[in-house]
Design a protein around this ligand. Structure first.
Ligand code: NAD
Length: 306
């Protein structure tokens, strides 16, 4: 089957598709009518986040049967239009869980040990040994909101840091048996008891603004919030007020309600560490996403063409 590839893709993923007998057509960066034209004769499209698979593109590409996005989120695919045209759409949600979990600890330790300002000071020639006293993670309680793929990877790493781990995930049908050592709770009981609150749930109408003024007020004033999920899950105005007033000690943010956030007041606070949505930005995550996408494409095409 002819597979159009329009975004940069890991070489191993392309090799796997070729060895499964598929023909790859590579047109990087095409959009709109140009994308539709490139799709002529192609039953499959392999993308990352940059290619926009709009209703118009889907209308102009009658041969297309499946779109696979290497990565999470499907914001770049018009899912309703794909459904209406019976085009299958898949992503690779598992590929970046480890990378996001590692970033959580990177951010958390950087926040707790003042790594960013301490390093900047030293590079300017200032040896500020006494100024940057930090805090250990050991013995502290981590609360996870959302106990899916990423939440569980975070839990495993928190255990290695000798943290107590609690988690709330009301939508989980059954608690994974290998995580009996994680204390299960609900958000209401979790909030006042955790030193670190880390968010690992999707942004949905139900979770938008889930952590607002009321929730932040229920947390300990020396607690910190880590958000490597989606910006909209936290009410940024409420977070800003809590951090400014001392109702919350700090925040580590990889995601923002609007990205890029521009000159956001949260970014001016010394008790905030922030990264530009880097959770999945590792070579390993990209490679895993490519391979997972290739496997999904191979399976789906086998079913479609059977
Ligand atoms: N920073 C990044 O680069 C990056 C990368 C990948 C994913 N993410 C974000 O991380 C989120 C989690 O990813 P995942 O792979 O673990 O997803 P997942 O689907 O495996 O897990 C999400 C969990 O959240 C739970 N959940 C839903 N609503 C909830 C609520 N109101 N309270 C508590 N739990 C709730 C679900 O039941 C599910 O178990 C994604 O939705 C995405 O927004 C961020």
């Amino acid at each position: 089957v002819k597979v159009l590839v329009t975004d940069p893709m890991d070489a191993a993923a392309l090799a796997r598709l070729r060895s499964a007998g598929h023909e790859l057509v590579e047109h990087r960066g095409v959009q709109g009518a140009e994308l539709a034209a490139a799709l002529a004769g192609c039953q499959a499209l392999l993308v990352r986040g940059a290619t926009k698979v709009t209703a118009e593109v889907l209308r102009l590409a009658p041969d297309l049967r499946v779109v696979v996005r290497a990565g999470t989120g499907l914001d770049n695919v018009d899912l309703d239009a794909a459904r209406a045209r019976d085009v299958a759409v898949h992503n690779t949600p598992a590929a970046n869980a480890i990378s996001v979990a590692e970033l959580v600890f990177g951010l958390l330790i950087a926040l707790e040990r003042h790594l960013v300002p301490a390093s900047a000071d030293l590079k300017r020639g200032h040896w500020e040994k006494t100024r940057y006293q930090g805090r250990d993670l050991a013995g502290r309680t981590l609360g996870l909101l959302g106990f899916g793929r990423i939440g569980r990877e975070v839990a495993v790493r928190a255990r290695a840091f000798a943290m107590t781990v609690r988690a709330a995930d009301p939508l989980l049908p059954a608690w994974p048996p290998e995580f009996g050592w994680v204390q299960r709770g609900d958000i209401e009981t979790l909030l006042p008891e955790v030193d670190v609150l880390s968010l690992h749930l999707p942004l949905t109408p139900a979770t938008r603004g889930l952590i607002g003024a009321r929730e932040l007020a229920r947390m300990r004033p020396d607690a910190v919030v880590v958000n490597c999920a989606r910006g909209g899950v936290v009410d940024e105005e409420a977070l800003l007020r809590a951090l400014r007033s001392g109702a919350l000690r700090g925040a580590a943010l990889d995601v923002f309600a609007v990205e890029p956030p521009g000159p956001h007041p949260l970014l001016e606070l010394p008790n905030v560490i922030a990264t530009p949505h880097l959770g999945a930005s590792t070579a390993d995550a990209q490679a895993r996403a490519g391979l997972e996408a290739a496997d999904i494409l191979i399976d789906t095409l086998a079913r479609i063409t059977a």
